[in-house]
Design a binder for this molecule. Sequence first.
Ligand SMILES: [Zn+2]
Length: 385
Amino acid sequence: MQFIFRSTFFKVLTLFSVLVIIFTLNFSAIGQNPASSGLRKIVIDPGHGGSDPGTVGSHTREKDITLSISLKVGTLIKNNFSDVDLIYTRKDDRFVPLDERTRIANAEKADLFISIHCNANTSKSPYGAETYVLGLHRSEDNLDVAMRENAVIAYEEDYSSKYEGYDPKSTESFIIFNLMQNAYLDQSLKLANNVQTEIKAQARRYDRGVKQAGFLVLWKTSMPSILIEVGFLSNVREEAFLMSNEGQEQIASAIFKAFSEYKKLIDNHTSFTSIVKSEAVKEDSIKPDEEKTVVENKPDIVFKIQVKSSKKRIPITPKNFKNYKGVDEIKVDGTYKYMIGSKKSYSEIIELCKQLKKSFPGAFVVALKGDTIIPIDTALKELSL
Ligand SMILES: [Zn+2]
């Protein structure tokens, strides 16, 4: 009984969270649409602060590095773009709860949210920069980074009710994130790719790539948002670089360059913007003619749901696939994989996956380019170009 109660409770909790997210995103897609008027307002979020030092290196603390780099990025933006309003979640060494950072960005109706952090590892060897967009964790490493950054809420009183039951130490809490969608994923991915390119080119840091994970600080932002881990304080050489004024200026200048490129794209209403706008409209109502526009602009990538796989061929009969029609069979390395559905939009396939999980609990999303299965990250990156 105890188990059944908990399970039902968790489902209700999860459903509630999802409804909140969908409401927040849809509301913003209708009422705000940052892409329509160009990029005019940015929130810069220096990670940690006050009683929360973040990760601690041999000689420095994350909260000091993130503040210093954030202020440098802000100064560059202020000096070069008179049409951009700049808002910081903190400008000095103070504690700001994660939900307050998000609240500031949403209340200001910002067009962009950039959170700046430093990485750490139990091993001293990892180094380099990586940029995250909100999404599903693709690996244990991504999950570790997200859980470390999210753990800050333990400094806040009553975090359990504020974050709808989220427990920073529980992997189970991340189930909530597995059901979420992000209306601004395409734009966030574009900026994240710019940041990684420039950090490699300008600051000559090792490029660890664009990644997805469930960060609480990005969770409810109603705008494109990224979280940059500028480098590892657990690596002695990288810590020295990040502590130096020159190192911080190089990182800040790389982020500024990435921002400038992204702003140009949004302001010029290029095809990228129109694709993103069509996608945003599709969140509310699917219109066939708009769908066609999107399809023509994007590479030949579709998302499907894998519902079964087997070394032995499974006859495609209604009985074997719970009366679902349109089952595709693909043979990969001697294994037969069975898929249902075909969507160009990642958020739509996530919705379909939720429904299919009721009949096929192990169902998951796959991306196909032609007949080949490709990593979801790669598909999303290609679709965002
Ligand atoms: Zn951090």
